[in-house]
Design a protein around this ligand. Structure first.
Ligand SMILES: [Zn+2]
Length: 408
């Protein structure tokens, strides 16, 4: 309906009109009679989702919505890998015996992963391609502000070690995908041997999906545990803003994907908001691996192979990642104090401005994001190899010029 209105130059149909035609009227036709077998709640929820998708699209076009461009909504297919339906308040009930009652479906046995902390406002039932169903409840919870701590930490994310914290602790990279590769290859091979469209192929394909789901589950569980313990033990966490989208197209795509940095950051931010902690994101252009955390001297770019280096100004020997983590901590703390409107509220990430990528250090020199890649000796970070002083507000190589977006 909306596509046709758009084509005909007509105004965007109202949600109630769409609902009347594609639910109420459609149910009365022979071809769409099956809509009556589902219950009206999930159907209305689908239209709600469609409205949200259109709103996101329009806001993206008009520039009201930040970030990646959002396209027009697409039709769903019964072959989509993730099938879902959502029930709101009147569409579901939790029985005293622990069963979940869904409108027009009836009582469903549920393996509860935990007790619900409050009355849920909606439930989404999801069918994954692995054949697993799960129910996801929306529950309003009050933030549980944890007692204030003094500890603040900077985190340097990497691939050799997952993360190095400025307090010296190290989180090893679990490489769940890499470890499961053998098993994944075996099930994948089994699948490729089955005839197209056969029952056995469908079975084998579910097996592949199951193996992948297991890797994803293990990774998620691990990420939850790590982020919870970091948030519990520190008042403020500072991270570098990594260009994950850029990195995941490079040679290291699989490893980057396996690391799940975006999820790591998202979980930290969510948990910080919930427990009254702070997550600060340090600008991508900040040369965390080039500065000496002892004396502040900028030592120049270091190829990734260099794990340890001595500062040419003060002579202190640094572990590459620990030094970077310490620099991130210092930069994050400085950002927080300089942020417009003073120190930010707990749980609010410091807004980022568009900045050029850091060149010739850490991951960017492996994948070639951030423009030109560092040469054998390390390309000069700045023009002509002249060490321009870092800009105090942005820590970037803008040299404190008037173009610096952090200057007001
Ligand atoms: Zn130094």
């Amino acid at each position: 309906m909306r596509k046709e209105a758009r084509k005909g130059g007509l105004p965007h149909p109202r949600a109630t009109d769409v609902q009347k035609q594609v639910i109420t009227a459609a149910k009365k036709t022979a071809e769409r009679a099956w809509l009556a077998s589902v219950g009206v709640d999930p159907l209305i929820q689908s239209l709600r989702d469609l409205d949200t998708a259109y709103r996101n699209f329009f806001d993206s076009v008009s520039g009201k919505r930040q970030g990646r461009k959002v396209g027009l909504p697409r039709f769903k297919s019964k072959r989509d890998t993730r099938q879902s339906l959502r029930f709101t308040r009147n569409g579901f009930r939790i029985r005293g015996n622990g069963k979940l009652n869904l409108a027009k479906i009836g009582d469903v046995r549920v393996k509860w992963s935990r007790a619900l902390p409050a009355e849920p406002t909606s439930v989404t039932v999801v069918l994954e391609s692995s054949g697993r169903y799960y129910a996801s409840f929306v529950v309003d919870v009050e933030p549980e502000i944890l007692p204030r701590l003094d500890a603040e930490v900077g985190i340097d994310l990497g691939l050799t070690t997952y993360a190095v914290l400025s307090d010296g602790s190290v989180i090893d990279n679990p490489r769940f995908l890499r470890k499961a590769e053998k098993k994944l290859k075996a099930v994948q091979r089994e699948l490729s041997r089955k005839a197209k469209g056969s029952k056995n192929r469908a079975k084998a394909s579910r097996k592949v999906a199951k193996a992948h789901a297991k890797v994803a589950d293990t990774r998620m569980d691990w990420l939850h545990k790590k982020t919870t313990s970091i948030i519990r033990e520190t008042q403020a966490v500072y991270l570098e803003d990594l260009n994950v989208r850029g990195l995941s197209r490079g040679r290291l795509a699989k490893s980057v994907h396996d690391a799940g940095w975006s999820t790591f950051r998202r979980l930290l931010e969510e948990k910080a908001a919930r427990y009254g902690r702070t997550v600060g994101i340090v600008n991508r252009a900040f040369p965390s691996s080039q500065l000496c955390s002892e004396c502040g001297h900028r030592d120049g770019p270091k190829p990734l192979a260099i794990r340890e280096w001595a500062c040419t100004a003060c002579g202190v020997v640094h572990d590459r990642d620990l030094n970077a983590a310490r620099n991130i901590l210092a930069a994050g703390q400085a950002d927080r104090l300089n942020a417009p409107g003073g120190p930010v509220r707990p749980g609010v990430a410091i807004p980022l401005q568009a900045q050029p990528d850091e060149r010739g250090t850490r991951l960017s020199d492996l994948t070639g994001t951030g423009g030109r890649t560092a040469g054998a000796g390390g390309a000069p970070a700045l023009q002509g190899g002249v060490d321009v002083n870092l800009c105090p507000p942005c820590h970037g190589p803008c040299g404190g010029s008037r173009r610096c977006p952090w200057r007001r």
